[in-house]
Structure formats: structure tokens, C-alpha cells
Design a protein around this ligand. Structure first.
Ligand SMILES: Cc1cc2nc3c(=O)[nH]c(=O)nc-3n(C[C@H](O)[C@H](O)[C@H](O)COP(=O)(O)OP(=O)(O)OC[C@H]3O[C@@H](n4cnc5c(N)ncnc54)[C@H](O)[C@@H]3O)c2cc1C
Length: 555
């Protein structure tokens, strides 16, 4: 098929930087008319890899440099001075090609907060139609809140397949749900429906037992279009600007430096680490930082890289009296049986996420929204701070994990380039646990873990608590344990925050970079605040809505 070829082309209409969760959606939407020429530049390679497509492969891609930027945060005083490991997808589909596949819209309150922060058009009632449009359900289950646009049989629009795996969940998940019920936390059959609060079983983004991503659902079918060009292994080094307008980008591919112009817009979809990095490298950011590194300041925008938010979680580790998934997946014959089951049916543990049970709960009923997110994993493996995810090699005894993180952390970190060299990893300062509220959430979560483990029917299944261990009971001991073992849940956002004031935010409510024409950021970095749950679904929503705005504005 004839496509335009950028080695001969100097200009296109839209350049999209980053073919991750957001970038693949934006590329599909902008190229749909067939009129505009769209170039998608992705630093990583193809997502057509066995361990990307098979859900259990999460354990492999987690630390595979072939598909992962494998970042490390700066030593974090609040976590005992360690450098947290920050995996990020460097592959088509981005982090959506290596994530744990849990699908969660978040809580309506999250988006009403976005609107109340001055972002008109981003309240729950505004974003709900976009969620409905991006979701497709294979099982036909749903309620009034979930009439999926994407699932409509003759709809031409792509959508992410959201799979309900409750029929396959490990029996122990039921014990977890019943124990939650006994503590007063209600069951919800659908976190992404009319009752997003409560405890239940996470839905995951798989299609026929394979990972579904925006690369598979949006981009791949769109690549048939003659006006859409994808270049893999193409890393953008800077955004070119003239007279406060983005005019194009400079990228490297196969050792060559190439410049391309954008007639309409450059759209930054490089994610929460690389979008602020690229703006800073291009002279758009905090003037003092840029001047100190000899980067000419094109436009001072102090919020670039600021407002970093992330979910910080910990697992409580229990030895079980009854068999868990460890008993199936530890012995070689168990692995072989699971592999065979997957090969024949695309079902079983290899088709699932590590996180089966979960919840969004209020630790105090007087709160206006859930403050803790829970996970129940019917297997156990090494601690969350390490670079390994031994999914296929769990502990040789029955064990399971109960985990929590604060839904709405108030600590704020930042990201800053270290030099003008685009190949150097930017410095990541998460600044976890720097507010009293975040410390209080640690105590609340720890108390809840202990309460759940002491509640039937879960209590009867527990032999003993392996970590933190029953000897640790005081708040000081539990906080110290949290500092030693907690790790990122991989949801960094807000480093190019959306907001009305250029001195506090990077983009406006139409995702235009304040003060620079022809430049938008459309990815997880624009979230004004982190959503209460996992961030992939909300990023797809942002991409769908952001693309609609861009198309409307350029008409
Ligand atoms: C290990 C892990 C587990 C997770 N688990 C879950 C989960 O279970 N559920 C959930 O909802 N969320 C999860 N997340 C988070 C979720 O995947 C992200 O929030 C989401 O993918 C962010 O999308 P994005 O488009 O902002 O960035 P990304 O998807 O990361 O896309 C950015 C893309 O830009 C490319 N890029 C970067 N710099 C350049 C450059 N200079 N030039 C060209 N291309 C560039 C990158 O290679 C990448 O492909 C997880 C994330 C990780 C890493």
C-alpha cells in the first residue's frame, strides 16, 4: 500500500509524539477523516511479542529493556533512601502494553474535582459519554451507567475490550469479599457501572484471553489508512518552535536525525515522565532549571514537570492454611497444566491479571469519596519494590497478598531534566508521604489489612502473617514497615497538569499548552489530580476527549 513516506516528506498536518495508551487513540481519531496527514512517532518497537500479548507476560515485560524504559526514581528519604523502580512502556501501546490490565474508570468525584479546579467540561457527566464510547463488553453484562458506545454491534468506533473474569476468579477471592462484607464494605458486581464504590472483582482489558490495548484496538485497524504513518524506533528529541508556535519535531531513527514540520499541531502523548521531559528539552518549562542546564528558554512555564502524583502501595503477606494459586503455579506440572489450559482454551491463570479481587472503600463513612483502594492477589511472590514480578514462580507454599494504597494522595513530587541530552533519563522526585494526610492513610490502610485478616471467613484460612508480621503492632512500627516495603503502583500523573492558570498548570481545559500555539499534551500527564483507581482507562478517556477537542478546534 502506498503511504506517504517521511524520508521524502517535510511536513504533515499532525505529528503525534508517543504511540502509547493515549497516542494510539489520538492517531486513530485524527486520521479518521482521511484528509489530514498524521505521523505517529514511537520510540519503542512493535507490540507483536508473545509476552506482551499473553496476560501472564506482565511478569516478563516488567523488567525487559526491549519494551520498557526501566526508570529509577531519585533516592526517596520517605522510603528509607531507596530508588524506586519505575517501569514505563517503550513499545507500541506504551505502558498499556506492559500494565497489569486492571480496568477502572475511577470515582465520579474524581472528575467533579477536575471541573471544580477550573477545568470546565471535565466533570463526571462530561467524561461519562467518553468512557462509554471507549469500552466494549464481551459478556453483555451492564447497567444504566454502562451503555457502551464501542460495543454497539454496527458501531465503527474502536473500543477497549473490558472482560469480566469473575467466573474464573480463585475461590479465595470470595472469602476476601465476604470478610469485607462482614466489616461493612458492600459488594459491587461492577466497579465501572452504577456502583463504582465497594469491593469485588476487577475487570481486565483482555480480548479472547489476549491483552487488549489501544495499539491493538485503535491503531492496528487504522494503519490501513493511507493518511496515517507510524514510525517505530523513532525517538523525538525536541519540539521545534518559532514565534511561540510549535512548528514540528526533531527525531532520531536508525542513527539519522530527521526534522518534520506540522501544519496543524504537534500532539505530545509521551506519558507522565517523557512529556514534561520533552517540553523541558525544548525550552518550555521552569526558566531557572533550563538556564542552569544551558537550555535556551523558549517559553517559561513553571508547572512543567511539577505536581507529580502517584499511588504508593504495600502488600500484607499471608501464609495460607488452604491451597492458593501458588499450589497450582509453583510445581512444574502445575505450570505445564496452566500452559496447556491456556493454549487450548485461552482461559485459566495465564489469562488473568495478578490482581483479582479489589475495592474502593471509605475508611470513614463521613468521607465524601473512597480514600483507599484494595487488592487481593490469591498468590504470593517477592516484594513490590523489586524489579521482578515472579508471576510464574510464586512461593513454594500456599500464600496470598492483601494490598492497599491511598486513592487520593496529597504529596506532590516533580520531574526535571538533568541535562540538555535527550538520551539521559530525567530525574524523578516522587516525594512520597510528604503530607500528614498521606501518613494517616498509611495507618488507616494498615489497620484495615489487620481487620480484614482477623475477619471470617478469611481469618480461618490464615496460618500466619508473614509480612509485616504479627509482632509489629504500633503505628510507628507499621509506618516503618511501610517505608521499608511500599512501592509505586505505577500511576504517575499530572506532570503537565491541566488548569486555567499558566503559573500553576501546563495545558488549558482544551489541552492546549499555555502560551504556545499548535502544541497540545494528551496523555496521563494532564490529569489535574490522580484518579482514585488505575490510570489506563482514564487515560484512554482523556485521549478520546482530547482528540475530539482538537478536531473541533481545527475545523
Ligand atoms: C507496570 C505497570 C503496571 C500498570 N498497571 C496498570 C493497571 O493494571 N491498570 C491501569 O489502569 N493502569 C496501569 N498502569 C498505568 C497505565 O498503563 C498508564 O497510566 C497509561 O498507560 C499511561 O498512558 P500514557 O499514554 O500517558 O503513557 P504511555 O502509555 O506510557 O505512552 C507513552 C509512549 O510514548 C513513548 N515515548 C516516550 N518518549 C518518547 C519520545 N521522546 N519519542 C517518541 N516516543 C516516546 C513511549 O515509548 C510510550 O510508548 C500500569 C503501568 C505500568 C508501567
Amino acid at each position: 500500500m502506498l503511504k506517504f513516506n517521511t524520508s521524502h516528506v517535510e511536513a504533515v498536518d499532525y505529528i503525534i509524539v508517543g504511540g502509547g495508551t493515549a497516542g494510539c487513540v489520538v492517531a486513530e481519531r485524527l486520521s479518521a477523516s482521511g484528509r489530514d496527514r498524521v505521523l505517529l512517532l514511537e520510540a519503542g518497537g512493535s507490540d507483536q511479542r508473545f509476552w506482551v500479548r499473553v496476560p501472564i507476560g506482565y511478569g516478563r515485560t516488567f523488567n525487559d529493556p526491549a519494551v520498557n524504559w526501566m526508570y529509577e526514581a531519585e533516592p526517596e528519604a520517605s522510603l528509607g533512601g531507596v530508588r524506586s523502580y519505575w517501569p514505563r512502556g517503550k513499545v507500541l501501546g506504551g505502558s498499556g502494553s506492559i500494565n497489569a490490565m486492571v480496568y477502572a474508570r475511577g470515582q465520579p468525584r474524581d472528575y467533579d474535582d477536575w471541573r471544580e479546579l477550573g477545568n470546565s467540561g471535565w466533570g463526571w457527566s462530561d467524561v461519562l459519554p467518553h468512557f462509554q464510547a471507549i469500552e466494549s463488553r464481551g459478556d453483555g453484562v451492564g447497567d444504566g451507567e454502562r451503555t457502551s458506545g464501542g460495543a454497539v454491534a454496527n458501531s465503527a468506533r474502536p473500543a477497549l475490550r473490558i472482560t469480566d473474569v469473575s467466573a474464573q476468579a480463585h475461590p479465595l477471592v470470595r472469602a476476601y469479599i465476604e470478610a469485607c462484607g462482614a466489616l461493612g464494605y458492600p459488594f459491587t458486581p461492577d466497579f465501572n457501572g452504577a456502583q463504582p464504590e465497594g469491593v469485588g472483582i476487577y475487570q481486565i482489558t483482555t480480548r479472547n484471553g489476549l491483552r487488549d490495548s489501544t495499539a491493538t484496538a485503535w491503531l492496528r485497524p487504522a494503519l490501513r489508512r493511507r493518511n496515517l504513518q507510524l514510525l517505530l524506533d523513532s525517538q523525538v528529541l525536541r519540539i521545534e518552535c518559532a514565534a511561540r508556535r510549535a512548528t514540528g519535531v526533531r527525531y532520531t531513527r536508525g542513527g539519522q536525525m530527521v526534522s518534520v514540520r506540522a501544519n496543524k499541531a504537534v500532539v505530545l502523548c509521551a506519558g507522565s515522565v517523557n512529556s514534561p521531559q520533552l517540553l523541558q528539552l525544548s525550552g518550555i518549562g521552569p526558566a531557572s532549571l533550563l538556564q542552569g542546564l544551558g537550555i535556551p528558554v523558549i517559553h517559561e512555564l513553571s508547572a512543567v514537570g511539577r505536581n507529580l502524583q502517584d499511588h504508593l502501595g504495600i502488600s500484607y503477606f499471608y501464609r495460607s492454611r488452604v491451597p492458593t494459586l501458588n499450589n497450582r503455579l509453583y510445581p512444574w506440572w502445575g505450570k505445564a497444566a496452566a500452559g496447556l489450559q491456556y493454549a487450548l482454551t485461552r482461559r485459566g491463570p495465564l489469562s488473568m491479571s495478578v490482581n483479582q479481587g479489589g475495592g474502593f472503600i471509605r475508611s470513614d463513612p463521613s468521607l465524601r469519596a473512597p480514600d483507599l483502594q484494595l487488592y487481593f492477589n490469591p498468590a504470593s511472590y517477592t516484594s513490590s519494590r523489586t524489579r521482578t514480578r515472579r508471576l510464574m514462580n510464586p512461593d513454594p507454599f500456599p500464600g496470598f497478598l492483601l494490598s492497599f494504597n491511598s486513592c487520593r494522595p496529597t504529596s506532590r513530587g516533580h520531574i526535571a531534566v538533568r541535562s540538555a541530552d535527550p538520551q539521559q533519563q530525567p530525574a524523578i522526585f516522587p516525594n512520597y508521604l510528604s503530607t500528614e494526610q498521606d501518613l494517616q492513610d498509611v495507618y488507616k490502610g494498615a489497620r484495615l489489612m489487620r481487620a480484614l485478616a482477623a475477619t471470617e471467613p478469611l481469618a480461618a484460612l490464615i496460618d500466619h502473617e508473614m509480612q509485616p508480621g504479627a509482632a509489629k503492632t504500633s503505628e510507628a512500627e507499621l509506618l516503618q514497615d511501610f517505608r521499608e516495603r511500599a512501592g509505586t503502583v505505577f500511576h504517575p500523573v499530572s506532570t503537565c497538569m491541566m488548569g486555567p492558570a499558566p503559573d500553576h498548570a501546563v495545558v488549558d481545559a482544551r489541552l492546549r499548552v499555555h502560551g504556545i500555539a499548535g502544541l497540545r499534551v494528551i496523555d496521563a500527564s494532564i490529569f489535574p489530580t490522580v484518579t482514585s483507581g488505575n490510570t489506563n482507562g482514564p487515560t484512554v478517556m482523556v485521549a478520546d476527549k482530547g482528540a475530539s477537542m482538537l478536531l473541533a478546534d481545527s475545523e
